[in-house]
Ligand binder design. Structure first.
Ligand SMILES: Cc1cc2nc3c(=O)[nH]c(=O)nc-3n(C[C@H](O)[C@H](O)[C@H](O)COP(=O)(O)OP(=O)(O)OC[C@H]3O[C@@H](n4cnc5c(N)ncnc54)[C@H](O)[C@@H]3O)c2cc1C
Length: 304
């Protein structure tokens, strides 16, 4: 049966949207491209202290609690189902899935969030769990006392370099252009003797045998090799909006423009969460946007 709303993505925004659909008496179908619900929560290896009402637990624990809440409400998430395109008539949207499925709904809520940006250099994927990391918080015990590099020039990269220096690592911070981190982090890094910052330098390959042994670099002084035992990559995030590109205009960075009611340029598509480029991407803004979007969808479907 055609549901009132198809929720695409089961991170915090999609999960909250599904719960709100239930409260607002809308039928909902929820698809999730990954193996489990939770989205970026699985990358929070610490307790998000700024999330009201959740005094403890890391991201994985919060994701598990949300999954239990969905199950308790009798809401099934269809995992491993990736949206590939939005098609159909303007008032009768159809979501095509990567495996050729055709899902109809009265309205679609896009909640596909963001993914980590990768360096996309040789060796990055190959050394996946053998020295390449995306989180110093998660992997600091593994790297303690070693020579490691951190790639990136923003707050996250500088913070990760400081975390590793605090574990006795000799850290080379490799910044492609000029550092963008806030002044407080830049000052702390400058004052930390265990961190060396290489600005204007690109990593061109991750090198090694059984595990990471070195990085190939290209910088102001030409090409060189830097011996390290680990690399933490913190070069930002990308929006998961490609599946909508054929149906509507995305902004220059690939996010979905929405109005104050979370409505997009498509008459039966709303969006919530990180995909909308909120001023402060966060769990709480994803939850709030999901509630507002679902109320707007209900009003539109009821002709209010
Ligand atoms: C390291 C880190 C630390 C953070 N710290 C905090 C913090 O302290 N406090 C805080 O509030 N927030 C924090 N955040 C941000 C917070 O996790 C996000 O703002 C929040 O998860 C956004 O929720 P979302 O549902 O919009 O998107 P996401 O969590 O990105 O979920 C999107 C979901 O959509 C799925 N998906 C993607 N494409 C498709 C597709 N084509 N078809 C079907 N499914 C798809 C994805 O698999 C994913 O499950 C942090 C994030 C990171 C990475």
């Amino acid at each position: 049966m055609r549901p009132d709303v198809l929720v695409v993505g089961a991170g915090p925004a999609g999960i909250a949207a599904a719960l709100w659909a239930r409260s607002l008496d809308l039928t909902a179908r929820v698809i999730e491209g990954g193996p489990v619900p939770g989205g970026q929560l699985h990358r929070l290896h610490f307790h998000p202290a700024n999330l009201a009402g959740v005094p403890e637990g890391d991201g994985a624990a919060i994701a598990a609690a949300m999954a239990r809440q969905l199950a308790g409400a009798g809401i099934a998430v269809e995992c491993g189902v990736e949206a590939a395109a939005l098609e159909g008539e303007p008032l009768a949207p159809i979501v095509r899935t990567a495996r050729g499925g055709r899902l109809e709904a009265g309205a679609v809520l896009a909640a596909t969030g963001m993914r980590r940006r990768r360096l996309e250099v040789p060796g990055e994927r190959e050394f996946g769990d053998r020295g390449v990391s995306y989180s110093a918080t998660r992997d600091r015990a593994r790297f303690a006392g070693r020579a490691v590099a951190v790639a990136g020039g923003g707050d996250a990269a500088f913070e990760n370099a400081l975390i590793l220096a605090g574990c006795g690592c000799r850290v080379t911070l490799i910044v492609r252009a000029a550092p963008r981190a806030r002044a407080e982090f830049r000052a702390r890094v400058a004052a930390e003797p265990r961190i060396t910052c290489l600005a204007g330098t690109r990593i061109t390959a991750v090198l090694g045998g059984d595990r990471v042994r070195a990085l190939a670099l290209a910088g102001p002084a030409g090409e060189r090799t830097l011996e390290v035992e680990g690399l933490v990559i913190k070069v930002g995030s990308l929006p998961n909006g490609e599946w909508l590109a054929g149906a509507m205009g995305l902004d220059a960075a690939g996010f979905v423009p929405v109005d104050a009611g979370l409505r997009t340029a498509h008459p039966r598509l709303w969006a919530a969460g990180d995909l909308t480029r909120p001023r402060r991407p966060s769990i709480s803004s994803a939850l709030g946007q999901a509630a507002a979007a679902m109320a707007a969808i209900r009003a539109a479907l009821r002709g209010e």
